[in-house]
Design a protein around this ligand. Sequence first.
Ligand code: HAM
Length: 482
Amino acid sequence: MTQKKVLANKTSVAKKGEKKPAVKNVAPKKASSKTVEEKLLLQSLRGMRDILPEDQPYWERVRRVLTHSSQEYGFQRIDTPLVEFANLFTRLIGTETDIVEKEMYSFVTRGGDKVALRPEFTAGIARAYIEHGMGILPKPVKLFSVGPVYRYDRPQEGRYREFWQGNFELYGENDPILDAQTIQLAYRVVQQLGLKNIEFQVNSIGVPESRREYSKALVRYLEAQKSKLCQNCRERLVSNPMRILDCKEDKCIQLTAQAPQSLDYLDVESRDHFKRLLEYLDELELPYTINTRLVRGLDYYTKTVFEIWSGDKDGKKYSLGGGGRYDRLIKMMGGEETPAIGFALGLDRIVLEMKRTQVKPYQEPRARVFLAQLGEMAKKKSLRLFSELEKNSILIAESFGRGSLKSQMRVANRLGAEVTIIIGQKEALDDTAIVKDMVSGTQETVTHERLVDAVKKILKTNQELKIKEVNIPRPVEEFEKE
Ligand code: HAM
């Protein structure tokens, strides 16, 4: 549990020439250049949290799988700034969306620029694609990112204000086989992470022209029963009717159950695109369902949209990721006509799901060698030997802070060290070290020059004998094969 403390701190507030705020009915306090007590809250902001060392093995596994899969599918890494001009997001994501309307962290800089913390990656990466002339690169251009994003949402379990996304974007191809391959990649990632019971939902929302017809039909259907909608959806009926399909209120879900479906209003090209995508997905035998209510909360999508859901039958379900095509976006931003598709995985939710389903986290390589020292001179020599062994790729554990050999050997035993190197007063004077094989119990005294070879020899023999009792760490590749 995080321990939250509140401490007091002295902060100077008196500034030359600063106007005092008007205070009604209160006698103004004597002007003072002294300090006032201001509370220092030792807690992270609401909806933001520290990812502590004990959780890092889960995150490390996620990072490794993301990097590995992105390379497998030919993606190149791109890192864009956390802060962009605010209108990049308002224009691209859409002014009537929840993200832009309610959830952006926007502010004006000292220089007067209106900026915002990125609420997602797609807009910033599209900006970078155009700014750096990536349109001339051989297609498809595949870009991968990972990092934090910010949405001023109502925090609860699995929903944060700062959260991490693993994001994939693919530019320059409009064939539906790329949609299938993108979904296949998303599936590959969750599978490599050891997540089971994952459901893919797909839908097509067509292009803006066909969507207008669909929107009209939806409004006609809902207008007649407007009073039964929640307050939010009554407003959406005017501003963004398709978002009503995404409402989580029971009465709205019931009301929209019989509503017209976007698939019935698709233009010929979008319909054909969707049909071919489903054929590819069937061929890949990927587990998917068609969800005709899936509209997504961002305006830039055309044709294919999809989401990845955790499949807990009884408990809470989370959307672990989502994405889709956005064939008009780059042109709309002033670039060349460039079809595109992408998706983002919510990494915080993936880690929650890994823990819930007891997936093994990444296991750090463990030190198999312990370095013990006795006496001041030996201590000095140990520090140099430590770095010598590390340079030779031998991971070392030590307990330099402890003086007694007995307590150091206790640590070595607890860590399950296979080899202990001991340097006492005599060894320090002779530039030698005792190398003790902790499995067989034998030991020998070697010169510093021979030390690395002597240690490596014992480790190699142990590896060959597949020593069980010392629990040799599993290599990373073993996780990635799962
Ligand atoms: P999105 O559906 O808004 O899509 O977000 C993707 C994922 O981020 C969600 O499925 C969810 O797992 C996670 N997520 C969203 N909000 C929160 C939150 N408040 N706390 C924790 N996790 C959250 C996009 O962001 C698009 N840019 C995806 C995309 C890329 N489309 C095309 N390319």
